[in-house]
Design a protein around this ligand. Structure first.
Ligand SMILES: Cc1ncc(COP(=O)(O)O)c(C=O)c1O
Length: 471
């Protein structure tokens, strides 16, 4: 609960001075949307005024639309319309003016922690820019899919993710999302069907939409994609590709065991379906399981990046593909961004060769472990994958919560979380669950505060009363 103690101006009557202070503190971000005001009796005691004065102030503030009172729960700072809950995912990208208040903690997006090796990354950038051949580095390049040195460095890096590959099979990209787009562009045609897990990384939906592809979700169990369901979907749809995240699946955090991978690879081989495997979270396992690219190299494309393990703004992404696809992928590169960002990949190469990338991945793993431990204190019963430490928590909500009402309530409590709906394909049933991105809290203290607020909500159940239609 907020210990809000306003500084009152010399205004009379006092209740108006309290409302003015509240309005000022909301405008200046000291009181954020969803924050709970102190109980009236408590504030009256702190300010040395009567409870009646505070009641009058709260009533007036509610009349002015600053706060909302909820029977049995207290008085909360109101959201502006622009801050409606469903905006949490979009806010950062599409509405630069909708800056959340300082106390709002957005755990809805899978941001990695701030780069633990920021100093070293900075020094590497300075090193690259201080070399004599800078002018040449800043030119266009002929090798659109990446230089030989850069690709060799990535081949070395991929060995640590459990993938043994030749540099000639690699295509460098501007992030993993770019690689996903290119892989779909190179292996499908408009109107094709692409299969994916029934809950999936939502940016794939954007890519499919831009490419006029039809996504079809395939049922999952605790080990990820179900082979029978995949086989049936391949038969029924003549799908051209399968996008999947077998290691620390986003959002469910499932890890597909090797036997299941073999089955899935065999089904895709039989139906000539190209597996587009997203391995971006593999570095979070001490021993990443064998990727599809190793089990069915001719039928799979492996995608990853340094975004989560080093720093997302570098936009260093890469994919390993069968060599017969390289022409199509080069065309996809040319039509999306002309060439891979060579400057960024020069930096990526140095970070890998100097060992900074590996040290950064280790530090990220440790931070992920720490944050999961904190989360365990608040949500001891939440499902956790064995063998890997994800950056987020997939929280199945107890009855009678539905995911949407929880997202809404969390937002009012000043925490952004992602609704299971966001990850769903089509109109199938969606679990009553939310994704809580532990790594997205800028500080460890912020994480504790946010998780405390969320954990306090769970036993309360969805709100009834203010905010709902009258009939
Ligand atoms: C499964 C998955 N793939 C790809 C990406 C995007 O990675 P990048 O920033 O390298 O484009 C994300 C980001 O959250 C992700 O969760």
């Amino acid at each position: 609960m907020t210990i809000w103690l306003p500084e009152l101006a010399e205004q009379r009557p006092i209740y108006k001075a309290i409302v003015s202070a509240m309005s000022r503190d909301i405008a200046e971000g000291r009181l954020g949307p969803g924050e709970r005001l102190p109980p009236q009796r408590e504030l009256a005691y702190q300010l040395g005024v009567t409870v009646g004065t505070v009641t009058r102030a709260y009533t007036e503030a509610e009349r002015q639309g600053l706060v909302v009172g909820e029977v049995g729960r207290g008085t909360f700072v109101k959201q502006s319309r622009r801050d409606a809950p469903f905006d949490t995912v979009r806010r950062r990208s599409s509405d630069p003016e909708a800056v959340p208040s300082e106390s709002f903690i957005d755990l809805s997006s899978n941001w990695p922690p701030e780069p633990p090796m920021a100093e070293e990354i900075g020094a590497t950038i300075r090193e690259v820019t201080s070399e004599g051949n800078l002018g040449k580095r800043l030119q266009y390049r002929f090798d659109l899919i990446g230089g030989r040195d850069q690709r060799q460095a990535i081949a070395g890096h991929l060995r640590a993710e459990g993938l043994d590959t030749r540099w000639q099979e690699l295509v460098l990209t501007n992030g993993a999302q770019h690689a996903i787009f290119m892989a779909l562009l190179a292996t499908t045609r408009p109107d094709d069907i692409v299969l994916c897990e029934e809950l999936t990384f939502f940016a794939v939906k954007s890519a499919a939409r831009s490419l006029s592809l039809r996504l079809r979700g395939v049922a999952m169990d605790e080990w990820g994609l179900q082979p029978d369901a995949l086989d049936a979907a391949c038969r029924a749809t003549q799908a051209k590709a399968l996008y999947c995240i077998p290691t620390l699946q986003n959002p469910t955090n499932r890890i597909m065991p090797i036997e299941r991978r073999r089955e899935i690879a065999e089904i895709c081989r039989r139906h000539e379906v190209m597996i587009v495997e997203d391995g971006i979270y593999s570095f979070l396992l001490d021993e990443p399981p064998c990727p599809f690219a190793q089990l069915a190299p001719e039928h799979s494309i492996y995608i990853s990046s340094l975004s989560k393990s080093v720093a997302p703004s570098l936009r260093v992404g890469y994919m390993r593909a069968p060599e017969r696809l390289l022409d199509a992928l080069t065309l996809a590169m040319r039509s999306t961004t002309h060439c891979a960002n060579s400057f960024a990949h020069d930096i990526g190469q140095r970070l890998i060769e100097s060992g900074i990338a590996a040290r950064s991945a280790k530090a990220m793993r440790e931070e992920a472990r720490y944050r999961q431990e904190v989360a365990r204190r608040y949500f001891p019963d939440a499902e956790r994958p064995v063998g890997g430490t994800p950056l987020h928590l997939w929280l199945e909500l107890p009855s009678p919560w539905r995911s949407g009402s929880f997202v809404h309530a969390a937002y009012r409590a000043g925490v952004g979380v992602a609704d299971a709906e966001v990850f769903a394909i089509g109109r199938e049933e969606v679990p009553h669950a939310v994704r809580i991105c532990l790594a997205a809290a800028p500080t460890r203290e912020g994480l504790q505060s946010a998780l405390g607020r969320l954990a306090a909500l769970v036993p309360l159940g969805p709100e009834v009363g203010p905010g709902l239609p009258l009939m």
